[in-house]
Each structure stands twice: as structure tokens, then as C-alpha cells.
Design a protein around this ligand. Structure first.
Ligand code: C2E
Ligand code: MG
Ligand code: MG
Ligand code: MG
Length: 285
């Protein structure tokens, strides 16, 4: 009897469902293997100080470099990595690789470069997150003040009390926190009041049309003003044109990240970029 039921439920899968489930399982096992085969790599995108023109920091962005040479964008595998828990080992790889990059920056006299690492909700919820991050820094002999963790509003929303506790712990260790994609969540102002935040990253969707859409311009100007009054740093994300730069300069925005300055680059290329543009300490000295 039960055998027959089992058989029936098997047949409830439609062809499309089978194909979708199969594709997912395939991608998951590919991802597991790719991590072993070191197919994942980390690119770095510069953040530039609008005033001095110096590189203030870089954001670490993971890439999947397939053996055929193609690059897979994180948008195509991070969601599944989240669902399957693969994001935990993948995230540790990104953090460790970022620590190695910080050592390289130290080595070329650019120890003032701050490296930002994205944390997904599942990573943030790990009980040993703080330990993992701190031990990675210690193992690599790095100062925590050079690390910034980028967290989205929805990540913090899951469990507000434990998020506040975790952020406080990270901040006590000297690690900086930025809110990624700021403005796209549901209670942006709540975060500013209740969480120990160092930096807001204004989402690209607000920046895109600032030169043509008056309300986008108003929103961005207001976010920048508010952040300044609260003593919080601001990064404008996804800046692509000279016109956007000029507007953001008028608004008093400090930091710019976007294709206008540079796309995310492999470590060797970002080093070349940093050497040509300079960091704050290089420009001052
Ligand atoms: P994000 O953290 O908001 O990263 C910024 C994204 O905007 C990057 O896309 C970057 O390449 C893109 N971008 C930067 N400037 C411009 C611009 O001027 N124009 C345009 N059109 N795009 C620009 P990317 O690298 O494809 O990453 C997408 C998202 O995937 C990231 O958004 C982040 O949420 C996630 N992600 C990437 N790497 C990691 C990682 O190591 N861990 C986790 N958990 N998530 C990651
Ligand atoms: Mg980010
Ligand atoms: Mg973002
Ligand atoms: Mg994003």
C-alpha cells in the first residue's frame, strides 16, 4: 500500500518540475566542485574620494570563472548558494581572499585602503560569524579597522535584537559596518536610529536618474545630508557619468563607486589602478 503511494507521489512531479529540480541540483553540485577546484575568484571595485580623488577602499565581489574562461555573475549563483548553505564556505573564501588582498595593499604601502566584504543573510545568521571574521583577520595579522562588512537592510530585519547584538560585537572589535543598497528596504530610518552603522551605500537605482529625475535627486541629496548630520559616511553606488559626479559633488557626497571610475577588477589590475590614482596616505605624503 505505502509502496503504491510512494510511486504515485513520484508521478506528481511534472516534467518541468523535474527539469527545474534537476538543474538546481546540478548547479549545486557544480558549485561544490567549483569551490574545490578553485574556480571562484574575487574581483575588487575601487571606491574613490570625491574631494581628493584618492582610492579610499575597494569592494570585494565574487566571480565564478568557468574552465571555459567565461565569468558567471554573482546574481546567477548567490541566491542558490544562499538556499543551499553553500554561501557559508563561499563567504569564508571571499573573506580569506580579501584578507590576502589587504596584506598585498600593506605590502605596497597602501595600508589605508579599506576592504569591504558583502555578507548575505545566511552568513550573518551563523552563530560563529563574529569568531570567523575575527580569526580570519588575526590569522592574517591584519587590523580590524581595515575591514568593512556590507549588510543589506533585509539581512538586519530577520532578527532585529540579535542583529543589533552581533553588529555591536563586530564594532567593538573595530570592524566597520555599511548598509548596502540603502533605501530599497522597508524601514531604512529605523536602521539608522538603532544599529551601529558607519556607512550608507545609496542604491544604484536612486543614482541612475539623478540628473533627469528631480525626485531621485531630492532623495539622494536628502540621504547625503541626513547621513552627514548623523556622522555616517555615504557611498554613491553605480555612478557612471561625469554629470552624476558633478551633481553628487554639489550634494556633498564623499565617496563614489561605479563604472565612471572603474569596474570590479582582478587584484593585479586593481593594484595598478591604485598605484596610478593613489590612496589618501600616498597623496598626503
Ligand atoms: P552589491 O554588493 O550591491 O555590489 C555592487 C554591484 O553593482 C556589483 O555587481 C557591481 O559590479 C555593480 N556595479 C558597480 N558599479 C556599477 C555601475 O556603475 N553600473 C552598473 N550597472 N553596475 C555597477 P556584481 O559584482 O554583479 O554583484 C551583484 C551582487 O551580488 C552584489 O551587489 C552583492 O549583493 C552580491 N555579491 C557579490 N559578491 C558577493 C559576495 O562575495 N558575497 C555575497 N554574499 N554577495 C555577493
Ligand atoms: Mg555590496
Ligand atoms: Mg549595493
Ligand atoms: Mg545589490
Amino acid at each position: 500500500q505505502s509502496k503504491a503511494n510512494g510511486k504515485n507521489s513520484y508521478f506528481l512531479f511534472t516534467k518541468e518540475m523535474n527539469a527545474r529540480v534537476f538543474k538546481r541540483i546540478q548547479l549545486e553540485s557544480d558549485m561544490r566542485q567549483a569551490l574545490k577546484d578553485q574556480e571562484f575568484t574575487v574581483f575588487f571595485q575601487p571606491k574613490v574620494q570625491l574631494g581628493s580623488g584618492a582610492v579610499e577602499g575597494v569592494e570585494a565581489l565574487v566571480r565564478w570563472q568557468k574552465p571555459d574562461g567565461s565569468l558567471m555573475s554573482p546574481a546567477d549563483f548567490i541566491p542558490l548558494a544562499e538556499e543551499t548553505g553553500m554561501i557559508v564556505p563561499l563567504g569564508e573564501f571571499v573573506l580569506e581572499t580579501s584578507c590576502k588582498a589587504m596584506q598585498v595593499f600593506d605590502g605596497i604601502g597602501c595600508s589605508d585602503i579599506r576592504v569591504s566584504v558583502n555578507l548575505s543573510p545566511i552568513q550573518f545568521q551563523q552563530d560563529d560569524l563574529v569568531e570567523m571574521v575575527v580569526s580570519s583577520l588575526e590569522r592574517n595579522g591584519l587590523s580590524p579597522s581595515k575591514l568593512e562588512l556590507e549588510i543589506t537592510e533585509s539581512t538586519l530585519m530577520t532578527d532585529v535584537q540579535s542583529s543589533i547584538a552581533k553588529l555591536n560585537l563586530l564594532v567593538e572589535h573595530g570592524i566597520s559596518i555599511s548598509i548596502d543598497d540603502f533605501g530599497t528596504g522597508h524601514s531604512s530610518l529605523y536602521y539608522l536610529k538603532n544599529f551601529p552603522i558607519d556607512v550608507l551605500k545609496v542604491d544604484r537605482s536612486f543614482i541612475r536618474d539623478i540628473t533627469t529625475d528631480a525626485s531621485d535627486a531630492q532623495i539622494v541629496e536628502t540621504i547625503i545630508l541626513m547621513a552627514r548630520n548623523l556622522g555616517i559616511g555615504v557611498v554613491a553606488e553605480g555612478v557612471e557619468t561625469k554629470e552624476q559626479i558633478e551633481m553628487l559633488r554639489e550634494f556633498g557626497c564623499e565617496l563614489i563607486q561605479g563604472f565612471y571610475y572603474s569596474k570590479p577588477l582582478p587584484l593585479e589590475e586593481v593594484i595598478t589602478y591604485v598605484r596610478s590614482i593613489g590612496t589618501a596616505c600616498m597623496i598626503e605624503s
